[in-house]
Design a protein around this ligand. Structure first.
Ligand code: WQD
Length: 368
């Protein structure tokens, strides 16, 4: 199977993706600066597969799966060049890249737009330059439904307007434009189109990734106070936080609280494996796909499902709406099913069961 570069592979989604790719027999090189991740996650992923995590480049022989970890910043061209060159020298040239490395907190992006544009856009540009130099033109990109902004209609299809309302979403939209330009697909909005410049690219637009690996060994471990609902709820359940603030109960939804499309992180990881397989097997093309369940769940429904999974009560209080929030964002996932033969398999109860198992076993995340 292919030798892959996984940027940001020690993070929440990246580490779960590494698990699924090792299962498929791939050999992985992870580049991560640990700005929002822990090497412990990858040590545990390696352990789940009976492997040891190789720090720096060991001379890996044999065709079985393997995982190496290089500490570094995706914006450093020299780091990237050394990585591609070293892989080739070891007879394992990088065949494809999955690019997770980036910043992803909406509120933080409003406070630090320059940092978000630097890491997310410049980082992607440096990576593409290195890929072009080293003859690697297959890329899966971690995009986000945030670039849709406040949706005009739900469920949201890939043809919906791109109208980000925060620097994080805008930076993701900009990288998508850069990828289209590199592929020779400038200005064309078809979600499936051939690449005149010989690139194989999938731009995957995540809805709300949540939950954890069923083993409870890895999961979401946000720095500081969680911005997102799900880790906040499980931290309240485990007693690490006092109570949850529910940002508005007067939304035009079935119970008045915000509705989102929560996708189990293992489903998301399997979506990446399916996208990679489709790219490697197919012609040069640019794919743009929503990765979501197509089902919406409200804040109160997430609270109730987590209480049922954990047996713990989750105190909450109604607070004012959060600026920038929409009432409902739910994916139309039909194109990914058609193009990749992939759809989500796990339910909200599966999400809460697995998310709780991780949080209960790791009350303070990887720092315990
Ligand atoms: C979900 C719902 C809140 C926290 C963001 C990014 C998106 C992706 C996922 C990166 C909303 C409510 C939340 C809380 C609450 N990240 N909520 N109390 O905003 O849908 O999406 O994270 O890719 O790009 O935009 O996720 O989990 O913050 O909010 O009531 O303490 O929970 O109002 O209705 P969001 P979220």
């Amino acid at each position: 199977m292919a030798q892959l570069l996984i940027t940001g592979g020690a993070g929440f989604i990246g580490s779960h993706c590494c698990d699924v790719l090792l299962e498929a027999g791939h050999q992985l090189v992870v580049l991560d600066d640990f700005s929002n991740s822990s090497a412990i996650a990858l040590e545990r992923v390696a352990d789940l597969h009976g492997l040891s995590l190789q720090r720096q480049w060991a001379e890996h022989h044999g065709s079985g799966s393997s995982i190496s970890l290089i500490e570094g910043d995706v914006r450093e061209r020299q780091t990237l060049d050394q990585l591609f060159t070293r892989a080739k020298a070891l007879g394992r040239s990088i065949e494809a890249v999955i690019h997770f490395a980036g910043l992803k907190a909406v509120g933080e992006s409003v406070q630090q737009p320059l940092r978000y544009w630097d890491v997310n856009l410049v980082g992607s540009q440096r990576l593409l330059e290195a890929m072009e130099t080293h003859g690697c033109r297959t890329l899966v990109f971690s995009s986000s439904a945030t670039l849709y902004g406040t949706p005009e209609q739900v469920p949201i299809a890939e043809s919906a307007p791109i109208q980000p309302i925060n620097p994080y979403g805008a930076s993701k939209a900009a990288v998508e434009t850069l990828l289209a330009d590199v592929a020779g697909c400038s200005g064309c909005s078809d979600p499936v189109q051939s690449s005149p410049k010989g690139w194989r690219i999938a731009r995957l637009r995540y809805f709300n990734p949540v939950g954890a690996h069923p083993s409870g060994r890895i999961g979401e471990d946000p720095n500081g106070l969680p911005n997102n609902l799900f880790p906040f709820v499980t931290q309240v359940a485990v007693g690490r936080r006092e109570a949850l603030q529910v940002f508005g109960d007067d939304w035009p939804t079935r119970d008045g609280t915000g509705v989102r499309d929560y996708i189990h992180v293992m489903d998301l990881a399997e979506g990446h494996r399916a996208a990679l397989k489709t790219l490697l097997a197919g012609p040069p093309q640019l794919l743009t796909l929503n990765l979501g369940s197509g089902q919406g769940a409200s804040v109160l429904e997430v609270i109730q499902a987590t209480e049922a999974a954990s047996g713990r009560s989750i105190p909450y209080r109604i607070a004012p709406r959060r600026p920038g929030d929409a009432a409902i964002t739910v994916a139309d996932p039909s194109l990914a099913e058609r193009v990749l033969g992939w759809r989500t398999q796990r339910t909200l109860n599966d999400i809460c069961r697995d998310g709780w198992a991780w949080q209960k076993a790791n009350p303070h995340g990887f720092s315990t």
